[in-house]
Design a binder for this molecule. Structure first.
Ligand SMILES: [Ca+2]
Length: 503
């Protein structure tokens, strides 16, 4: 008895611990994201031209959309640009109507436009554009009949499996001061997608804006990090956790590349016609089985990156599966968990017989940070009671006093705007999975003809502009050169801005 009793107790403890580890979660964050007094004015800046009939209706994800804006970018010389993912890159002068800077769609006859993130997805100017005329474009193409050859096909697949190509190109303007593009193009990278939909393509290209000439990562191009549809991109090749959690593949990885051709840099060639930065951790690890272009990995769809302009902290907004939307602080070399983790839970797909839409509790010692696992966890999260897909997010240090020291982000589908305290987010980057910054909702308002505040939701603004209901907001955020926030939609083509009260 003296021996058996403790054994029974130990067994019972072990069983209850196992039960706790196995608990499936249906409502991961029961507390709603609430408004707590943050109120910000939003104003129209300019509306892009209507392109509803540009593409055949059966090839356009939403023919009713006025224009499909996903990025606004400022050059240091004051010029402002925005894209319509139906194919145009516009120059926005403050004193004139938007004008087409480059007809990106015309350059890519195999492009597809039938998904939310398709067509002319994103662009970014080289920080030395004024001198070198370089900018970068990412777009999506169909594979059948495509003369292009992918530089990367996910491991285990062949060209016969390829459904779409996700392509990054460099454009070189002969005259960087010209108001329309004239110049040349060079393909940097062509990545194959083998799931039915071109889900979660590379969608973002960017340079670290806090990097100065002479800094180690000046002129290095970062990409979004995504699972290339291996979660829910549909078809027989989707739902495949075996394509994630590996370093011999770009799947789930944020890449950092020197966009120069090795013929120009004399450096090491990457998968495509670009150079692997010698400073990259996975380039310098002496391991031939890790891809040197990988910066960090384990993202489902980290479709937007940003940097805190005051201290260079790098953020990734990672769209979740069925439950958790994440803001992550990105450190080189780290593994952010997908498909093994979603938020600070285990995703069910890695369990025998489990599924992508399941979440399970982590063991308490891991959740509390007493026992470290191999993953890095988000610093702010919300669940699918509150939204469905996270937008970009930015550390805000601009003119709106109420938002200073906050991280501003939102939900792409519902069009809700959120904020979290920036210091709390940085404090949550502590190696403890369960510590995350609280999230609150921002109340938007406009001014009526009398100058009075009128409280609005972003979706109401879209619906007023379009004169039609908007089943989803398709909201995106961008940041101006001086650190202010643009709010755009792929529905109404209007570029709006958050502004100081009455200012
Ligand atoms: Ca934490």
């Amino acid at each position: 008895m003296l021996i058996r009793t403790p054994l029974v107790i130990i067994l019972l403890l072990a069983l209850s611990a196992a039960r706790a580890v196995n608990a499936q979660i249906t409502d991961p964050l029961p507390a709603p994201v609430e408004k707590r007094g943050l109120m910000v004015e939003i104003r129209d800046v300019v509306r892009l031209p209507r392109t509803s009939e540009l593409r055949p209706a059966d090839q356009d994800v939403n023919p009713a959309s006025w224009a499909r804006v996903s990025f606004v970018r400022d050059l240091p010389d004051g010029r402002r640009f925005a894209n319509d993912s139906r194919g145009f890159l516009y120059l926005l002068n403050s004193d004139a109507e938007p004008s087409v800077y480059a007809d990106v769609g015309a350059a890519f006859p195999h492009a597809v436009y039938h998904r939310n993130e398709s067509g002319f997805i994103g662009f970014e100017f080289h920080p030395a554009f004024a001198q070198n005329g370089l900018f970068y474009v990412v777009h999506c193409e169909r594979a059948p009949g495509n003369p292009g050859t992918p530089d990367f096909i996910p491991p285990g697949y062949t060209e016969a499996d390829v459904m779409h190509h996700n392509v990054i190109t460099e454009w070189r303007a002969n005259d960087p001061t010209a108001s329309t593009f004239d110049g040349t193009r060079r393909e940097l990278l062509r990545v194959a997608q083998v799931v039915t939909n071109p889900a979660h393509p590379f969608g973002y290209l960017g340079f670290n804006p806090t990097s100065e000439p002479g800094d180690p990562d000046y002129g290095l191009l970062y990409t979004s990090g995504s699972d290339l549809g291996f979660s829910n991109g549909r078809g027989p090749n989707a739902n495949n956790p075996g394509q994630t959690q590996r370093l011999d593949s770009v799947v789930t990885a944020i890449l950092r590349i020197d966009p120069r051709s090795p013929s120009e840099s004399n450096g090491t060639k990457g998968l495509g016609d670009y150079t692997i930065p010698a400073i990259n951790q996975f380039a310098a690890d002496g391991d031939p089985d890790t891809l040197g272009e990988i910066y960090a990995y384990g993202f489902r769809n980290a479709h937007r990156l940003s940097w805190d302009l005051t201290d260079g902290t790098m953020f990734a907004a990672d769209v979740g599966m069925n439950h958790i939307e994440e803001i992550n602080i990105v450190h080189e070399g780290r593994n952010y968990g997908w498909m093994a983790r979603e938020g600070y839970w285990e995703n069910g797909v890695i369990r025998p017989g489990g599924a992508l839409n399941q979440l399970f509790e982590l063991p308490a010692d891991v959740l509390d940070g007493r026992t470290a696992d191999e993953f890095t966890y988000p610093v702010a999260i919300y669940d699918h009671s509150e939204g469905q897909a996270i937008t970009a997010g930015f550390a805000y240090h601009g003119r709106i006093e109420a938002l200073r020291g906050k991280f501003v982000f939102g939900d792409l589908v519902r069009g809700r705007l959120f904020a979290a305290d920036l210091a709390a987010m940085k404090a949550a980057d502590d190696g403890i999975p369960r510590t995350v910054a609280p999230v609150e909702e921002i109340q938007l308002y406009v001014r009526n003809a009398n100058g009075s505040r009128v409280y609005v939701s972003f979706r109401e603004l879209i619906e007023r502009a379009n004169g039609a209901t908007a089943p989803r907001a398709d909201m995106h955020l961008s940041r101006s050169l001086d650190g202010e926030i643009f709010v755009t939609s792929r529905r109404d083509g209007m570029i709006r801005m958050l502004v100081p009260d009455g200012g």
